[in-house]
Write a protein that binds this ligand. Structure first.
Ligand code: 5GP
Ligand code: ZN
Length: 113
């Protein structure tokens, strides 16, 4: 998708601080963290928002949550975390590429282990 910030970040065209990556998913530090641990998890495939999930693309959501549990284990978030999705302008979404905020009251170890 042209002119999509998060598509460009996933493609490496715009730099980001990568925390995790696999075939489906890319995760990186939020530029303006709202918690000591604040990572954005996105599908590499462009999906505008959670309102655009269909039976044809819902595998992307499953892959995101698989990645979140892997990140949580790797980053030792054993005491827990929050997953937040803002959907649409009334939901506070500012970047129109679906993403999940992964937040915890614990510092992100950097660089990730
Ligand atoms: P939203 O408000 O759409 O749920 O979340 C967008 C998030 O993307 C915000 O938390 C914002 O700080 C983050 N963000 C926006 N632009 C960039 C960027 O260029 N790099 C990184 N790493 N994060 C960004
Ligand atoms: Zn995109």
């Amino acid at each position: 998708m042209e002119d999509c910030l998060f598509c460009k970040i996933a493609a490496g065209e715009i730099p980001s601080e990568k925390v995790y990556e696999n075939e489906y998913v890319y995760a990186f530090k939020d530029i303006d963290p709202q918690a000591p641990f604040h990572v954005i998890v996105i599908p590499k495939k462009h999906i505008k928002s959670a309102a655009d999930i269909t039976p044809e693309n819902s595998i992307e959501v499953a892959k995101i949550f698989e990645a979140i549990s892997e990140i949580a284990a790797k980053e030792k978030l054993e005491k827990g975390f929050r997953v937040v999705n803002n959907c649409g302008s009334d939901g506070g979404q500012t970047v129109n590429h679906m993403h999940f905020h992964l937040l915890a009251r614990r510092n992100l170890q950097w660089p990730p282990g």
